[in-house]
Design a protein around this ligand. Structure first.
Ligand code: GH3
Ligand code: MG
Ligand code: MG
Ligand code: MG
Length: 318
């Protein structure tokens, strides 16, 4: 069942990148050492782009602003322009930002070196306004396109691993991370425990208070799991009203304590939907990894969970 918020998010994620020529006013950082050069550049491109000129390469390397393009003047002598290219390419934050070189005609060898280091294009002096603007536009457009793709890819990826109702990871994410966590436990010799949780008589909550109230209970339930687990734990909604929590580095006794603490918090917390207070409890099945395949490992936690249900619910069984 596709929820409205999911489908909106999905639609947004699948939008194509913006049309190529919309909003191509770029934020352009120019690194050059003479102020008359920066004034000349400002005259050439300042009306079409936001030009920020600087003579200090560190300011460019360390910027936390959004930058669409770096312009580096190879004629600069106050710093090493080629070294600046390689610094911008070697760090994550600026690796994808295009670089345009400015160079004197006799500087061909260094242009070649700059392109090898990752610069995207160059313009020869004396600068021709139309040529310069065209080259800048091409880079800014490419940058916008890449950014659009990256964002759309990221939100699609996020959708694929997130449960839209609770914001927890989904079963797919849980399943793909179970084996690596097991491998890690095998290598380190440290314990790995899994907790399966299932809300008690959840069907009754839906029947008595409505499906929306049921959804709200699921969200609050997920919140309690997150609030009572560690950053290194992996919490997921496995489907319906069933959740799982993987707990690296906890012994079985510690995991049992954690489960019972969470069970008490849930039983004692008021779950609300509108002005109603709904009594909610959950049953827990616990297992510590004992060398078996992932599926068998989860199966043992599931069997423990069924036993907790059979023995009367609102309890932890291992
Ligand atoms: P038990 O204590 O044995 O676990 O009983 P139960 O009622 O919790 O278990 P059962 O499996 O019979 O019912 C689960 C219910 O959860 C049935 C289903 O309609 C409901 N459900 C599953 N997904 C959702 C959801 O996303 N939102 C809501 N509101 N209900 C859901
Ligand atoms: Mg059930
Ligand atoms: Mg249930
Ligand atoms: Mg269930």
């Amino acid at each position: 069942r596709m929820r409205a918020e999911t489908s909106t998010k999905l639609t947004a994620a699948l939008q194509p990148p913006p049309p190529l020529d919309s909003g191509l006013k770029g934020r352009v950082y120019a690194i050059l050492d003479a102020s008359d050069q920066s004034q000349r550049l400002a005259r050439l491109i300042g009306t079409e782009h936001n030009l920020i000129a600087m003579s200090e390469p560190d300011a460019a390397v360390q910027t936390t602003e959004t930058v669409d393009l770096f312009i580096i003047d190879l004629r600069s002598t106050g710093f090493d322009p080629l070294r600046l290219c390689s610094r911008l390419r070697s760090q994550e934050a600026t690796r994808q930002i295009p670089i345009l070189l400015l160079a004197a005609p006799e500087d061909e060898a260094r242009v070649g070196r700059g392109l090898e280091l990752g610069a995207n294009d160059y313009c020869q002096t004396p600068l021709d306004k139309n040529e310069l603007l065209a080259r800048i536009r091409t880079q800014v457009r490419r940058r916008r396109y890449d950014e659009g793709l990256r964002r759309s890819f990221q939100s699609t990826l996020e959708l694929a691993i997130t449960d839209p109702l609770t914001g927890l990871h989904n079963r797919r994410f849980f399943d793909t991370h179970l084996r690596p966590l097991i491998d890690q436990s095998r290598q380190s010799g440290r314990p790995l425990c899994v907790m399966m949780l299932d809300i008690d008589h959840f069907k009754h909550i839906n029947d008595a208070f409505g499906h929306d109230a049921g959804d709200e209970v699921l969200r609050q339930f997920a919140h309690h799991i997150l609030a009572n687990s560690r950053g290194s734990d992996l919490a997921a909604r496995m489907g319906g009203e069933e959740f799982a929590l993987l707990m690296p580095d906890l012994s079985e006794d510690e995991a049992l304590q954690a489960a019972d603490r969470l069970r008490e918090v849930i039983a004692a917390s008021p779950f609300g939907a509108g002005d109603k207070e709904l009594p909610v409890t959950a049953s827990f099945g616990l297992a510590m990894w004992a060398g078996e395949e992932p599926r068998e490992f989860l199966k043992r936690a599931d069997l423990a969970l069924y036993q907790a249900k059979r023995e009367g619910r609102n309890r932890v069984v291992r």
